[in-house]
Design a protein around this ligand. Structure first.
Ligand SMILES: N[C@@H](CCC(=O)N[C@@H](CS)C(=O)NCC(=O)O)C(=O)O
Length: 438
């Protein structure tokens, strides 16, 4: 039996999971492989939500029948089942590369999601934006199988009925309300976009020397970055034009990481020369087609990890404090449920995750102070990171290597406090749902 990935082409986290599964499949490391299944409303409501309690994508059905929701968990589960062609460096043997992988994934998943989300819905508001294109990609899911004009019409209808697009600026609903929940407003949107621009410029420099985050083979950080970069910045019409023209190396990397561009020197490709008329092959990608040796993290990647520590780490520290206070408060029963959403406040938690609610906090972007929702899912991601750090720093040599590397980032050494900071706010996942510990 094959794996089944339930996904949408335009979905942030589906792009991450799909690129990962394609890599494993192409490397012969995914058993019988996987089938990409369009998660239509019929399948979402009739199969996924009743089975897993979640209508979010991506979801992976294992050959045995069980479902996994969450792109990070999909990667963890598949890596454990198929250790060949690993995408995560072994934390005991390559401690810095392992940590760098998880930090880039976290930055890409849960920080760059804001400008990624913003560009899609901002350029759908503008007259010369990409609303028509966006309507087609949404209609292709919600009116799957219908003729083209009907799919475009279905997308437009949905934008009005679900997101109130014609009054998005005055009465934000759906995705437009989600952006406000995330602290992306008229005051901060330019600063969020500058943050994305900063990462794109740093990626230009990095990809000028290395084909992937850690050299000549894709790893977790690459798949994480496919979240913002594939479905949003690469595929969406306005930002896609800009990516191709202003950041061609990043655009080429998107195709390479998706494994679908011969000219892009993708991971399983051979580059041939002629010797006396005979074809002589060599790995097509940089660094001899291998991950960088000796646990090397290039300075061009350090510069991207620095964005995590400068911009996102302060928010994550506050998230841990706010979640701990919430769990300890009378409003929460020990072992009880917590909100799980990334793109918008969970409808059942609106009063707590919006306005001045207990699950909101102040943050800073580009020097502007603003307010956004606390996302308890970040606590789960940090627990996962803490476990990697424990392994990475378990030996004296590992501790020394990690410590020297982290001390190069603003407040980087604070990462060693992760276990203490997680005390009193640890969470557990059950399917796609999140609970505090009993
Ligand atoms: N942390 C999850 C996030 C999943 C997620 O938010 N998926 C979006 C599409 S990219 C979705 O399905 N949203 C609809 C919903 O949450 O109901 C992951 O990594 O898979």
């Amino acid at each position: 039996m094959k794996y089944r990935l339930f996904s949408w082409e335009y979905s942030y986290f589906s792009g991450k999971a799909r690129a990962y599964l394609r890599y494993k499949q192409r490397m012969g490391a995914l058993g019988e492989g996987f089938e990409d299944v369009l998660a239509t409303p019929e399948i979402l409501m009739g199969l996924l939500a009743p089975t897993t309690g979640s209508g979010a994508v991506p979801q992976l059905q294992l050959p045995e029948g069980d479902f996994v929701q969450d792109s990070s968990e999909i990667i963890d589960v598949v890596e454990a089942r198929h250790p060949e062609a690993p995408v995560v460096p072994d934390a005991a043997r390559a401690p810095r590369q392992a940590l760098a992988s998880y930090l880039v994934e976290l930055l890409a998943d849960e920080w760059l999601v804001v400008p990624g989300f913003w560009e899609r819905w901002h350029f759908s508001l503008e007259d010369d934006g990409h609303r028509e294109y966006n309507a087609l990609q949404w209609g292709t899911v919600f009116a799957a199988g219908a003729p083209g004009p009907d799919r475009i019409a279905a997308g437009h209808g949905l934008f009005e009925s679900m997101f109130g697009i014609s009054e998005a600026r005055t009465n934000p609903r759906g995705v437009y309300a989600g952006l406000v929940h995330l602290g992306c407003t008229r005051e901060t949107e330019a600063a969020w976009w500058d943050s994305m621009d900063r990462v794109l410029t740093l990626l230009d420099a990095h990809l000028g020397a290395h084909d992937f985050v850690l050299g000549g083979q894709p790893t977790l950080g690459d798949f994480g970055l496919m979240g913002p970069l594939y479905a949003h910045l690469f595929r969406d019409a306005r930002s896609g034009f800009r990516l191709r023209t202003e950041h061609p190396l990043v655009s080429e990397w998107v195709e390479r990481t998706n494994g679908d561009n011969v000219g892009a020197r993708t991971y399983d490709q051979t580059l041939y020369s002629l010797a006396d008329g005979a074809l002589v092959g060599r790995p097509a990608t940089s660094d001899g087609g291998e991950r960088l040796p000796a646990d090397r993290v290039p300075a061009t990647l350090d510069a991207i990890v620095a964005v995590f520590f400068e911009e996102m780490w302060p928010v994550l520290k506050s998230t841990l404090e706010k979640t701990r206070a919430w769990i300890a408060s009378n409003a929460h029963e020990k072992g009880g449920e917590l909100p799980t959403k990334t793109f918008f406040a969970d409808p059942a938690w609106l009063e707590h995750q919006t306005g001045d609610g207990a699950l909101t906090h102040e943050f800073e972007i580009g020097g502007i102070r603003a307010r956004r929702m606390v996302v308890p899912y970040h606590v789960w991601m940090l627990q996962r990171l803490a476990a990697v750090l424990d392994t990475a720093a378990a030996s004296d040599a590992g501790h020394e290597a990690v410590s020297a590397w982290l001390s190069g980032f603003p407040n980087g050494s604070e990462l060693f406090e992760l276990n203490e900071r997680l005390a009193g706010c640890r969470v557990r996942r059950e399917g796609a749902r999140l609970f505090s510990l009993d």
